[in-house]
Design a protein around this ligand. Structure first.
Ligand code: HSE
Length: 393
């Protein structure tokens, strides 16, 4: 593909990043022909002639080769992407919710219309994790992939635990810096990290996991006592998705806060940085770190995908098509810390084992083993009671 013409949907933080990266790129070149946006009244800092408010101006323009989808609304985004692919246009997107919620349909569309969709920017910003899993780990059996997949929560955790900001102050800063989703609930309750983990699970293990099956428990209930506990024990607190084999044929995935000690790679991953730990059967542990959010880092990942399309690169999904052996399960035992108010919740949660109990006037906690199925079924109760839990180790 030569002289690529791009049609952009959305001109927010990532769109600006892509625009700047394209403008300043000394290597790869492509032209943005049209940008479709929703808000007609917003003043824009580039030539207004570039903009349209009609999606068909891009989707049915025969001169546009690649549709770059960077909008917020996952369902509207899917409709755009579907129409683009039906019209034989390649797609690049950073929309993790859209990709995670429609993974199987996107696989089918690629096969049916023989066009590519690349979405490196959807998972962990500028860390090239999807292509690494696709290309380097395309054959090796993996045991576990885990890490920090959300920049906003890592920023909030760093600023509250290390720099003493309040939760509200840290979130505000993350929003001002363009890290947070338009509805930050997606970040702080772990939805965003879950969507990314679902995408990574496909490329790492070949499995399409429905996001609705996966537990995500975020950091909104973290309080000073949890931070104090972690500090006393020498832990740092991270919101950490874990995708792991529980047996030869079963795979579990969950997103929970996690206490990590100083020997863990994630301990020192701070601010908006993300980290991914890939554990292979033969290669052992690999650690990747980079900026997980922000205009230019994410824009650069989009640019890299556009460049990859220029030499006809497409995902092969080898683990999905050739090696798929896994079924998804929530039947996995995990070791957790749980801060609670009333003993009643311990019965409800059906702990398999409680190894330590601590009671004081302002802090009760237990350390124990629980099944993910039990934790998931009582998640709402934990949130209503503003309790906090974290994976140990
Ligand atoms: N809100 C997301 C994050 C943006 O903080 O990680 C990048 O996907």
């Amino acid at each position: 593909m030569k002289n690529i013409n791009l049609g952009l949907f959305g001109f927010g933080s990532v769109g600006h990043g892509l625009y700047t990266a394209l403008d300043q790129s000394t290597g790869f070149k492509a032209q943005i022909k049209r940008i479709c946006v929703k808000n007609k009244d917003k003043s824009r800092d580039i030539d207004m002639q570039m903009f349209t408010f009609e999606k068909d101006d891009i989707l049915f323009d025969p001169e546009i080769d690649v549709v770059v989808e960077l909008i917020d609304d996952a369902e509207a985004a899917f409709e755009i992407v579907k129409t683009a692919m039906e019209n034989k246009k390649h797609v690049v997107t950073s929309n993790k919710k859209m990709v995670a919620m429609h993974l199987q349909e996107l696989l089918d569309l690629q096969r049916k219309y023989q066009v590519g969709i690349l979405y490196e920017a959807s998972a962990c910003g500028s860390i090239p994790i999807i292509r690494t899993l696709e290309e380097y780990f395309d054959n090796e059996e993996l045991v576990q992939v885990s890490g920090i997949f959300n920049g906003t929560t890592n920023y909030i955790l760093t600023k509250t635990i290390k720099d003493g900001l309040t939760y509200a102050e840290a979130l505000k800063e993350a929003q001002l810096k363009g890290f947070a989703e338009s509805d930050p609930t997606n970040d702080v309750e772990g939805f965003d990290a879950k969507y990314k983990a679902v995408i990574i699970a496909l490329h790492a293990f070949g499995i399409v996991v429905p996001p609705t099956e996966v537990l995500n428990f975020g950091i909104s209930t973290l309080n000073e006592m949890d931070i104090l506990y972690a500090r006393e024990k020498g832990f740092n607190i991270k919101l950490s998705p874990i995708i792991k084999k529980t047996s030869e044929k079963k795979l579990a995935l969950y997103v929970l806060p996690r206490f990590v000690n100083s020997e863990n790679h994630l301990y020192k991953v701070e601010n908006e940085f993300n980290g991914v730990i890939v554990e292979g059967k033969f290669s052992g542990e690999q650690f990747f770190q980079g900026r997980g959010a922000g205009s230019l880092p994410t824009g650069s990942a989009v640019l890299s995908d556009i460049s990859a399309l220029s030499y006809n690169y497409q995902y092969e999904y080898k683990k999905n098509t050739q090696h798929q052996t896994h079924a998804y399960t929530n039947d996995a035992d995990i070791d957790i810390y749980l801060r609670f108010d009333d003993d009643e919740i311990l019965k409800e949660l059906n702990f398999k084992e409680i190894r330590a109990r601590f009671y004081s006037p302002n802090h009760n906690y237990v350390l124990g083993t629980i099944n993910l199925l039990d934790l998931r079924s009582k998640q709402q109760l934990l949130l209503e009671q503003r309790l906090f839990c974290a994976v140990l180790g």
